[in-house]
Design a protein around this ligand. Structure first.
Ligand SMILES: [Zn+2]
Ligand SMILES: [Zn+2]
Length: 648
């Protein structure tokens, strides 16, 4: 039998007979890997483990520890769940069942919603199907076969999906036991691999996220290759539920939505507005120190500028429809970039002015489908910590590095311990269609970005083929205190749009040059970042961010007058106070302040009044004893000024 050569990730080579499968290779390597492997990557493409290998190739054997291996397991669990659902509800129509963020879901067209007891029943059946260890069988089918099959089964949504698949795409079905689904795969080799799972919740979801379509019934679940990982994830979810920004946002009166204002358009209540103002104060301070200039731009803009920027070509679906004013088309702005470009070009610029750094907490409006809206995380009006840096090529690296350092500065300030930067690069196969056709510029800029990241010793991964049309970008992911992942911001390099806007500066020789532009937003949007902070701190904000910084609690009506005097003094020092002078027991007042997540409580009794002092109690720390008024105030002001972290 003829042999082929395979290359493993450690660059070692192995000769195997033609037709050997990845599973067999795993077995040759060792029994541990053979058990743990879930899917293979052959020449960079994910394939089922029983795919016969017919030519020389490189191969990676992926377990549940690898994100793609885990995703394959998640998606396979979605099939397992659908199989169980079809067992009890044969009339349920299948739609799609993808994996997202450590979870999977499947949407079913079913007349009634799933009840909690249903989930228990489905879960039990899934364990049974897992024990049966049905092989997951991939089958290539023709368009006609697929059409006939799913029509006979009454799977209308699969027929609709078929219509959307390109004619030349190879169609495959996956079956396990009596269950069959239209699917690109890949899958784990058999249902027995899906062991450590849990169904999490149900919800309604519109078909294709469009509210004009039918409401489907969704079930979410999760699965891990290791029992311990499932346990860890479930306890993280439990904690996340307590910290859900929608729940805490309501409890702390931070923001609200109103149907008459519109979905996805948050109204910031006074407490939330305090947080916004503190964040803006911080951003402006950091930016001023880093040489940025603040600008302000209008919310309405003529359509012609978005033709020039390319937004109308590439971004129209996320923009609100135009409005006609005096015969001219206007849009509410989805981005601030063109406005900043116009501010750059409003003055003649020379190399002496460069770099020019323009920043603005700019308000943008983006159309998100109503099914996609989610608390503060996905909204339709958003205020972005935006800035554009215009620089010459030889200034680029330093500017980029400084932007990245600003991210790190913020991470430290907000106690963000885990972060990851993803550097998205172009792919030369797609120059001219997906990416602007400037091959040398791409390679050069990507190298600058890489050097800047290496110089700053940043933790990053490279992702080829995911750059923006006009340049490489960096996505920043952060993890909250309890390990929940958030994508915060994107940092983009742009070497196309400056040319389109005829931006230029005079170089040393008097020649006009086009600057490079860096788009950056380290604090993301107020909506997303505050949503993150609420969950990260569990609502227990550091003193400088807390809507109410100090609660003043007189022990009885007798000390109300003295308490009021202290409140006035703190107010005068610009410390945000709440005076609780209701006739309540002191224990109840303390409890109330703790429930409202107020960090500093001042207990005022007759003794304190007599000695002109206050007794201090802090959440997480307990009683700290009595303090002289002025000493207390100066201590609090220091803590606020330094933006110190308070106990969580
Ligand atoms: Zn599938
Ligand atoms: Zn921009």
């Amino acid at each position: 039998m003829s042999e082929i050569q395979i290359k493993l990730p450690d660059n070692s080579l192995k000769n195997v007979p033609v037709g050997t499968t990845p599973q067999e290779i795993a077995e040759q390597i060792g029994p541990g890997l053979a058990r743990a492997v879930l899917v293979a990557k052959i020449n960079g493409v994910l394939k089922d483990l029983n795919t016969p290998i017919i030519e020389d190739c490189s191969i990676e054997l992926l377990t549940g520890d690898n994100p793609e291996g885990h995703n394959t397991l998640l998606h396979s669990a979605a099939h397992l769940m659908a199989q169980a659902v079809k067992h009890f509800w044969p009339d349920a129509k299948l739609t799609i069942g993808p994996a997202i963020d450590n979870r999977f879901y499947y949407d079913f067209d079913l007349d009634s919603a799933f009840a909690d007891e249903d989930l228990i029943k489905i879960d039990k059946k899934m364990h049974e199907l897992s024990k049966n260890n049905f092989p997951c069988i991939r089958c290539e089918i023709s368009r006609k076969e697929a059409y006939d099959l799913f029509q006979k089964m009454g799977e209308d949504y699969k027929l609709e999906i078929l219509e959307d698949i390109d004619d030349d795409e190879l169609l495959t079905s996956y079956s396990q036991g009596d269950f069959i689904d239209l699917c690109r795969g890949p899958h784990v080799p058999s249902t027995g691999k899906i062991k450590h799972f849990k169904l999490l919740s149900t919800s309604g979801a519109y078909w294709r996220g469009n509210e004009n379509n039918k409401m489907l019934q969704r079930i979410y679940g999760t699965v891990f290759a290791k029992k311990d990982d499932l346990k860890k994830y479930l306890s993280m979810l439990e904690e996340a539920k307590k910290r859900d920004h929608r729940k805490i946002g309501k409890e702390m009166n931070l923001y609200t939505f109103d149907n008459e204002i519109g979905p996805g358009l948050p109204l910031w209540l006074p407490n939330g507005t305090v947080i916004i103002e503190e964040l803006e104060k911080l951003a402006k301070y950091k930016e001023r120190k880093a040489g940025y200039d603040q600008v302000r731009t209008p919310h309405l803009t003529k359509g012609t500028v978005y033709e020039r920027s390319g937004h109308l070509d590439y971004y129209k679906e996320s923009m609100y429809p135009k409005m006609n004013v005096d015969g001219v088309d206007y849009y509410v702005k989805p981005m601030n970039c063109p406005h900043h470009h116009k501010i750059f070009s409003s003055l003649p610029r020379s190399y002496r002015d460069m770099p020019v750094r323009l920043s603005e907490y700019g308000t943008c409006y983006r159309y998100e489908k109503s099914g996609q809206l989610f608390g503060l995380m996905r909204v339709r009006s958003l205020q972005m910590n935006d800035a554009h840096i215009y620089c010459s090529p030889d200034q680029f690296k330093e500017e980029f590095l400084n932007v990245c350092k600003m991210y790190l500065d913020y991470f430290e300030l907000f106690d963000i311990k885990k972060y990851k930067m993803r550097l998205s690069l172009h792919d030369k196969e797609h120059l001219g269609d997906k990416y602007i056709n400037e091959p040398e510029l791409w390679i050069e800029t990507e190298q600058w970005v890489r050097e800047a990241l290496d110089e700053g010793s940043f933790n990053y991964v490279e992702v080829p083929g995911e750059a923006a049309f006009y340049g490489p970008k960096i996505d920043v992911q952060v993890w909250s205190a309890i390990g929940k992942e958030f994508t915060l911001a994107t940092n983009q390099v742009d070497f196309v749009v400056p040319k389109r806007f005829n931006l230029s500066y005079k170089d040393k020789n008097g020649t006009q040059q086009t600057p490079i532009c860096i788009h950056r937003a380290p604090l993301s949007t107020h909506e997303r970042f505050i949503g993150f902070l609420i969950e990260h701190f569990g609502g227990n904000f550091p003193l400088w961010l807390a809507p109410v910084q100090v609660a003043i609690l007189p022990v009885s009506d007798k000390t109300n007058k003295y308490a009021k005097k202290i409140a006035e003094k703190l107010n005068e020092a610009e410390i945000r106070v709440l005076l609780d002078d209701r006739s309540d027991k002191i224990g109840a007042k303390i409890r109330n302040a703790e429930i409202n997540r107020i960090n500093v409580m001042l207990i005022i009794g007759p003794k304190e009044e007599e000695n002109n002092t206050v007794s201090v109690r802090r959440k997480f720390l307990g009683d700290l004893g009595t303090f002289d008024q002025d000493m207390l105030i100066s201590g609090l002001l220091d803590e606020i000024k330094d933006r110190s972290l308070t106990h969580r």
